[in-house]
Design a protein around this ligand. Structure first.
Ligand SMILES: Cc1cc2nc3c(=O)[nH]c(=O)nc-3n(C[C@H](O)[C@H](O)[C@H](O)COP(=O)(O)OP(=O)(O)OC[C@H]3O[C@@H](n4cnc5c(N)ncnc54)[C@H](O)[C@@H]3O)c2cc1C
Ligand SMILES: C[S@@+](CC[C@H](N)C(=O)[O-])C[C@H]1O[C@@H](n2cnc3c(N)ncnc32)[C@H](O)[C@@H]1O
Length: 694
């Protein structure tokens, strides 16, 4: 029965334990080479690991030849089982620099169940001084691991992208698929070359499972190649099962043989010749699949709105060779919500397993890496303290302890005296400390991001209307403003475009207050958050805020809102605040702007649904929330959205730009597919159907 295979694929998530991470247990031989104490196997050939990698994985996937022949701005995806010390990744990176066009991009996706600790990584990579300049970049960016999950690292202005997935190989690759339903594997991103590493099948048969080979099949296409050091029967059988043609060739050093493989044609019916469309499918209806053909050969896009969302999106696409027109209605970019002089880089951590928590963690980790080389020009990596100033915050911080206890580079749990020491001012509360966060001037950041030869900024231009004709979208019916791809990134004003009028966009007024630094407040060294926040003084002024007012449109500064901002600081910083309280509030400066948010507090990032067709197609959901509708989602070709960053634009927008670029460019996503779907703007239409509201 056709669906039997489906159920097997489905079963790989059964032993999920996402919070537990088991680091590799190593010992070192007399030559200083790492060995696994658990599997009793080597990480690479004792004779010469680097030469082995070059022989097995680089040469037998014909990478040098293939990369020399790559057209400009294209991409190439390698997927690997077992990241280990990253040696294969570094060797591929080195070869890429020597052979691929400078405008092309290498995606290296690797799934690792037992990651090395940073210390072990450093020790292993010290064996390869010839790779030092690359390995140091990997070491500097090696992520802080918090349970299972995706980590996207970007090197050399995005020329090299590493997606490190901490999970079992089969489960990790399953999360790359566009849906877990194999009937739709044609829509999943495709790998160009597989590095099937991993401990020998005799020592680690669990990894070389049928589930893994099923994922390999679904992620491959005609022309995909694979190479592996092993010629064991289980590997041969698996690769054949996945649709590859095999060839035995000489192994490295004393190894007699290894396998190279290629796929002539991936007929997606290979496993599932007779799709069995049943209403009782174990999978949700594939509403999230955007089945529009790839219409983006021209790589030209217009982005509406030059705040954090628009500028990060422009940069992400320009680094992929896209020519961008960035439209802004004001005379200067980043002058609305993204125009505050000091914004705080923070995210809401949670111990829960839900989309909100996962997205906040992923975006904070990505943002810290994104800003790591930029701090000097955009703000200050001052650290951020979140005080346990009330019962609910105390409870939350207690709950966070277990999950984040060894995530010191991300978050530290500090006592009140430690918090006072970090802040440079007395504090009565325990706190969590984000040592690698701080405050950012979003305008400076945006100005820096758009400095790219492929980005043209056009200010003082209000996009009033978007229409599609002849494969292009036209802004304001202006032939000079046309492109096959348009990205709507104009926050709450997006609701004026008829194509997305169905989205439940909310606008929230916020006011910040500028406080003149006093002798005592100048000592504040870090951002302090409680009910409100205060940043260290910059040019004699602290930014503090911010108020929240739903459905209020006034852009006037209000004395009572200054008062609210001061009150919110009162509890942790009473003595400091008393001094400001006594000043004439009419003299206080500040700024008003509007946040854009959605009811589930997640941004909307991805293709824009074709409202009418989507409602028609998925109408059976009104009667049966679990109805299986075999047709894919209906989306407007080339129209995308990136809005809804609420109060966390600084944390959210860098990752969202990367997600958007993956949608547009058909790349592997930097986050698990389930989370991609949780951000899909069409989710509101589907929810409305299920609740019978539409
Ligand atoms: C008071 C306040 C304090 C905040 N503090 C923080 C903080 O500390 N940390 C944090 O991370 N976040 C903070 N935020 C949230 C953060 O500012 C936002 O999440 C972020 O700026 C959103 O960026 P955006 O690009 O989506 O929107 P915006 O910055 O509003 O950008 C949208 C752009 O689109 C332009 N536009 C609109 N319509 C059109 C059109 N039709 N044609 C052309 N252009 C158009 C607008 O002029 C604007 O420049 C704060 C927000 C407020 C209001
Ligand atoms: C031979 S080492 C890989 C060496 C690595 N490619 C390198 O360049 O250093 C095998 C790796 O597979 C990992 N591994 C073992 N079982 C796994 C599984 N079920 N899923 C994913 N990775 C696994 C091990 O932790 C180890 O890092």
């Amino acid at each position: 029965m056709v669906r039997t295979s489906v159920e097997r694929v489905w079963s790989v998530s059964d032993d999920k334990n996402p919070d537990q991470i088991q680091y590799a247990q190593l010992h070192w031989d007399e030559d200083g080479q790492p060995l696994s104490s658990v599997f009793g196997d080597v990480y690479f050939s004792r004779a010469n690991g680097l030469e082995e990698t070059r022989h097995v994985f680089l040469q037998h996937n014909q990478l040098a030849q293939r990369w020399q022949a790559l057209p400009e701005t294209t991409q190439f995806t390698i997927a690997e089982t077992g990241f280990g010390s990253g040696l294969n990744f570094l060797a591929a990176w080195e070869l890429w620099l020597a052979t691929a066009p400078t405008s092309a991009q290498l995606h290296f996706v690797s799934v690792e169940k037992f990651p090395l600790t940073k210390d072990d990584l450093v020790r292993s990579l010290a064996l390869w001084p010839q790779l030092q300049s690359l390995s140091q970049q990997l070491i500097d960016s090696y992520p802080c691991m918090i349970g299972e999950g995706f980590h996207r690292l970007s090197f050399m202005d995005g020329r090299i992208k590493l997606t490190l997935i901490i999970n079992d190989a089969a489960r990790g690759f399953l999360q790359l698929l566009t849906t877990t339903d194999p009937l739709y594997s044609a829509y999943s991103p495709k790998v160009d070359a597989w590095f099937l590493d991993g401990f020998a099948p005799s020592k680690n048969p669990q990894m070389w499972s049928e589930d893994l080979f099923s994922c390999i099949h679904q992620l491959s296409k005609a022309g995909t190649t694979a190479a592996t050091f092993s010629a064991a029967a289980i590997v041969k059988k698996g690769l054949k099962f996945a649709g590859f043609t095999l060839e035995k060739v000489a192994g490295f050093g004393r190894k007699r043989e290894m396998l190279k493989a290629s796929m002539a044609d991936n007929n997606c019916d290979y496993f599932y010749p007779q799709p069995a469309y049943k209403s009782s499918s174990p999978f949700p209806s594939p509403w999230s699949i955007n089945a529009n053909p790839n219409i983006h050969a021209k790589k030209q896009a217009i982005i509406i709105g030059a705040g954090l969302a628009g500028c990060t999106s422009a940069r992400a696409l320009a680094e992929r060779g896209w020519k961008i027109i960035l439209l802004e209605r004001n005379s200067a970019i980043a002058s609305e919500a993204s125009g505050n002089p000091q914004g705080v880089l923070y995210a809401k951590l949670s111990h829960k397993e839900e989309a909100q928590a996962e997205f906040n963690l992923a975006s904070m980790q990505f943002a810290q890496a994104f800003y790591s080389s930029r701090w000097e020009n955009i703000g200050e990596k001052s650290g951020v303290l979140q005080l346990a100033h009330c019962t609910s915050e105390q409870l939350l911080q207690t709950q966070l302890r277990e999950k984040f206890s060894s995530a010191n580079e991300l978050v530290q749990f500090v006592s009140a005296p430690q918090a006072s020491e970090i802040a440079g001012t007395p504090l009565d509360f325990d706190a969590i400390h984000f040592p690698n966060a701080g405050w950012i001037n979003p305008t400076k950041l945006c100005v820096q991001l758009v400095q790219h030869p492929l980005i043209q900024v056009i200010t003082a231009t209000n996009a009033l209307d978007i229409e599609r004709d002849d494969g292009n979208w036209y802004i304001n019916n202006n032939p000079a403003l046309r492109a096959p791809v348009v990205i709507i990134a104009n926050a709450r004003d997006a609701q004026h475009f008829k194509q997305i009028r169905h989205l439940p966009i909310k606008s929230i007024r916020g006011q910040i207050t500028y406080l003149p630094a006093t002798t005592a407040s100048k000592k504040i060294k870090t951002v302090i958050c409680s009910e409100g926040y205060i940043a260290p003084a910059k040019d004699g002024i602290h930014c503090t805020g911010a108020t929240f007012n739903l459905k209020e449109e006034s852009a006037e500064l209000r004395i009572e809102d200054h008062q609210t901002n001061l009150e919110n600081l009162h509890e942790p910083l009473k003595d400091l605040v008393d001094e400001w309280e006594n000043q004439d509030k009419n003299l206080l400066g500040g700024r008003v702007a509007f946040r854009c948010t959605l009811p589930d507090y997640l941004p909307a990032v991805g293709p824009v649904a074709d409202e009418i067709s989507m409602l028609n197609n998925f109408a059976p959901l009104r009667k049966n929330a679990r109805a299986f509708i075999q047709d894919t989602g209906k989306y407007l070709p080339g129209l995308y959205l990136n809005i809804g960053h609420g109060s966390r634009g600084l944390a959210y927008t860098p990752l969202c730009a990367e997600i958007l670029a993956a949608h547009i460019n058909n790349e592997p996503f930097p986050i698990a597919n389930e989370l991609v779907n949780a951000l899909n703007p069409a989710r509101f239409l589907i929810r409305d159907l299920i609740k019978n509201k539409r």
